[in-house]
Every structure is written in C-alpha cells, then in structure tokens.
Design a protein around this ligand. Structure first.
Ligand SMILES: CSC[C@H]1O[C@H](OP(=O)(O)O)[C@H](O)[C@@H]1O
Ligand SMILES: Nc1ncnc2[nH]cnc12
Length: 289
C-alpha cells in the first residue's frame, strides 16, 4: 500500500493554498537545483497536502526560468503521489469562456530549450506520454468541481508555448485550426517530468482569456489575465479542499499506469549506467533502480 499524498502546484495568481492546515514550510534540497519556492506541507481533512507555487511567491520566475525538474523532484521527495496542476490559460473556443475550468487530457509541447527529462546520457529511459493525465485523479477533480458547483468541462488539448510573449495572431489562428482547446506556457515539461517520476498528474486549466484569435477581444493583457486568475483562485481553493477531503488514504492505482511508468522504460543496463546520474535519480526513480 502507498499512502496518498496530494500535491498542488499553483500557477499565475495562485501563490498560496487557503484551507491548508498544520502547515510547515520545507526548503527541499534537490540534486536538480532549486525548486521555485519552499514547499508548504500540511493537511486538508485527513489528506496530506503539499503546495508549491510554480512561479515562486512574488511571481519571480518566468515560464522558461522555472526549474521543473527540481520542482517535481522536491514533490517526489515530499511523498507526493497525485499532483494537481493549477494553470491560467487562453482559450481557442467560444464555449470555453474566462472563468471556466477545463480538465484537459492531452498536451502538445511547443517549448524548446527547457530541460525536459530526468534521464539522459548515462541512463536512458523512454516513458509513455500517450495518456499524460491520470483518469482516476481527473474523475475525482470533476466530482469535486461538481460538488462545489464550479463550472467545469472535461477533456481538451492544452498546447504549451515557450513564451513569455503571448502568441501572434497567425499562431493563435493556427493553434485554433489544429483543434487545440487552450494554451499556456508551463504544463510542459511539468507533465512529462511528473510521468518520469511516476507521479499521477492532472491539470485544472483555468481559462483567463480568449487569446488573440477572437474577433471581439483585444490582444491578451497580463492585467486582465491576473484579474480573472485571482477570481479563479478562490474557486480553485474550494475545489482542492473538496478534492482533498474526499481523497482516499491509499493511492489508487492509475489506469494510465502513471504510477508504474518506469517499469520497462529504462533501456541502459546497470553496468553501463553513470553513477553520478544514478545518484541524482534516487528520488524520482528509486523504486525501480
Ligand atoms: C500571467 S499570464 C501568462 C502565464 O500564466 C500561465 O501560467 P501558469 O500556467 O503558471 O498559471 C501561463 O502559462 C504563463 O506562464
Ligand atoms: N493566452 C495565453 N497564452 C499563453 N499563456 C496564457 N496564460 C494565460 N493566458 C494565456
């Protein structure tokens, strides 16, 4: 049996988690560098919960500057089994309006130059990203949103751009024509790294704007995004509280096998593995090494 520990990553406008009780702060030393901030470790109801603001308190870190590996490694060291990513996003669909929460189930990675794997020369691994979101975790998020009467849609594709600039009109039209639903700058490589660390991942994409394709909306502006994100934050806290209060004590096996992602994924035989890299993998891959 694995004890369930719920992790929550806060995005733009979400730098704290109201409702978290018995909180202690822990700065985790990661071999991958510095996480975005100290972890806030506590509980909601009986469920252990660990909170990390993705951009750091004060929103110091840009999407390209976030050390995603250190963040996921630190959450793994804190025992997180199930991770909820809160993210502001733009929308490519009229029916996905600002204020709505979208439980995306697919990602398209258009980032470049970000460290996107714990593995590499000295220990090569290939995990599946066919189904990047944990269906059971997502179902629990949906149930929590419905119980809290929070407007939510299930399914959708989140395209992750590098940023920090927002898309051009031509890019926005292209993503829309490709059938993508929402856009942000952070869920990749976060979701890939969570998968490598065998942490079940699910995103709550909180729509803040219509990007720039929409004929009746001007270019995206940070002030408008943050105004909606702050309004979304209170709803997100309610949703997370409900989710945590109803969470099972034992981690539920993930139908997408996210919690067993490394089984059969490491291709480098033990005698060819680099000891320095192996030492850094102690937390994320310790179960299979
Ligand atoms: C402040 S608008 C752009 C910013 O908001 C989103 O961040 P997050 O996913 O952490 O909520 C987006 O990805 C950009 O980083
Ligand atoms: N339109 C947009 N594009 C990229 N990231 C975003 N985050 C919030 N709105 C966004």
């Amino acid at each position: 049996m694995t004890k369930a520990v719920l992790g929550v990553i806060g995005g733009s406008g979400v730098y704290d988690l109201p409702g978290l009780e018995d909180v202690r702060e822990e700065r985790i030393d990661s071999p991958w560098g510095a996480p975005s901030d100290a972890l806030r470790i506590g509980r909601i109801g009986e469920t252990p919960v660990v909170f990390l603001p993705r951009h750091g308190r004060g929103h110091r870190l840009s999407p390209s500057g976030i050390n995603y590996r250190a963040n996921i490694d630190a959450l793994k060291r804190a025992g997180v089994t199930d991770l909820v990513a809160l993210s502001a996003c733009g929308s490519f669909r009229q029916e996905l309006y600002p204020g709505l929460f979208v439980l995306v189930d697919q990602f398209v990675d258009r980032t470049h130059g970000r460290a996107s794997s714990f593995f590499g020369d000295g220990c090569v691994a290939h995990v599946s990203m066919a189904h990047p979101v944990g269906p059971a975790l997502q179902a629990r998020i949906l149930a929590a949103a419905e119980a809290e009467e929070i407007a939510v849609r299930k399914n959708g594709t989140y395209v992750c751009m590098e940023g920090p600039q927002f898309s051009s009109y031509a890019e926005s039209l292209t993503y829309k024509s490709l059938g993508y639903d929402v856009i942000g700058m952070t869920n990749m490589p976060e979701a890939k790294l969570a998968r490598e660390a065998e942490i079940t991942y699910a995103t709550i994409a909180m729509v803040t704007d219509f990007d720039c394709w929409h004929p009746e909306h001007d270019a995206v502006e940070v002030s408008a995004v943050i105004a909606v994100a702050r309004a979304n934050a209170a709803k997100a806290a309610r949703l997370v509280s409900r989710l945590a209060r109803d969470f099972p004590a034992e981690h539920e096996p993930c139908p997408a096998r996210s919690d067993r992602a490394l089984e059969g994924a490491i291709i480098t035989p033990p005698e060819h593995r680099d000891p320095a890299l192996m030492a850094k993998l102690d937390a994320v891959a310790g179960r299979v090494l």
